[in-house]
Write a protein of this length. Structure first.
Length: 273
């Protein structure tokens, strides 16, 4: 049984529609796929219909932008009630924060002599719930300023670079509480990617487990072999589930194909069984 619990569609910064994601997941030989767009559940309904049609098990999920100790941390939430208002309100705040920083981002790029407008970004994010940095990156590619998203982040969009603008992110323990209150499960996405070792220490993960965290995404393309083994060990010690996922973004991210990391059936059953 092949299980992939972290993927994106064009409802956030992936490039497949939810229907295409289900078709591609089936073609990749997956039995179970989670749709986990950034801060949005907009793709769930279309994915439901397509999953039924192609014959694949769909897990309803989300990847929520949070902060812990001033650092960005991504939290995967699964099978929660999207109508639970305290969580829905928080998600709205995150989406609004992403949209409202766009003018400042564009002003900085224009200040660097790049002729980019909000319409350019809108054209790259037609189906998305919010305009994020990856869509700005896509507009920069279209304008011939950079060759891919990686270069756009490296040169302009990552913290410390000239067009980076901070945005609202929810407090991690608060969000874990909200997803749990909405009847869902919570897993830390790529806990040790991009230097988050420093904030997500073993002690901090223990505290989060006490606050209701269910699991750690150990197998992720951003983690080396040693980090994966240590994360699995921490999960064992704390009684947490460990997962593995692709973090597929369609053509938006190379080297993250569907099923490139998978979750063991036993861990899947611990989480949802
Ligand atoms: P935003 O929602 O605007 O803050 O953008 C965050 C998204 O940008 C993340 O979900 C990643 O998929 C993407 N991202 C972050 N850093 C990079 C990078 N260095 N290269 C490509 N994509 C990135
Ligand atoms: Zn993304
Ligand atoms: Fe992420
Ligand atoms: Fe992701």
């Amino acid at each position: 049984m092949k299980i992939d619990l972290h993927t994106h569609t064009d409802r956030s910064d992936g490039t497949d529609s939810p229907t295409e994601l289900m078709e591609n997941a089936k073609a990749a030989g997956l039995d179970v796929i989670a749709i986990t767009d950034h801060d949005s559940t907009e793709g769930w309904k279309e994915a439901d219909e397509a999953a039924k049609r192609v014959g694949i098990t769909l897990v309803h999920g989300i990847e929520i932008s949070t902060k812990l100790g001033g650092k960005s941390v991504h939290l995967l939430g699964y099978e929660f009630d999207p109508g639970y208002q305290p969580l829905a309100i928080e998600l709205r705040k995150i989406i609004d924060g992403r949209n409202s920083r766009l003018p400042a981002t564009l002003e900085r790029l224009q200040g660097l002599g790049i002729d980019i407008t909000a319409d350019d970004v809108r054209a790259r994010s037609a189906n998305a719930a919010a305009m994020g940095r990856p869509h700005v990156a896509d507009a920069l590619i279209e304008l011939g300023v950079v060759k891919d998203r990686g270069e756009a982040f490296e040169r302009y969009l990552t913290p410390g670079k000239p067009a980076y603008v901070d945005r609202y992110a929810a407090d991690l323990p608060t969000v874990i509480g909200l997803v749990k209150a909405a009847g869902g499960k919570t897993v830390l996405a790529h806990p040790w990617s991009r230097g988050s070792h420093r904030v997500l220490t073993r002690d901090r993960i223990r505290t989060l487990a006490e606050q209701g965290l269910d699991g750690l995404e150990a197998d992720h393309n951003d983690h080396g072999a040693e980090d994966r083994a240590v994360l699995r060990q921490i999960a064992r010690e704390l009684g947490l589930v460990w997962t593995g996922s692709s973090d597929y973004h369609g053509t938006g991210k190379v080297d993250f194909p569907l099923g490139s990391n998978t979750t063991e059936p036993e861990q899947y059953r611990r989480l949802f069984g």
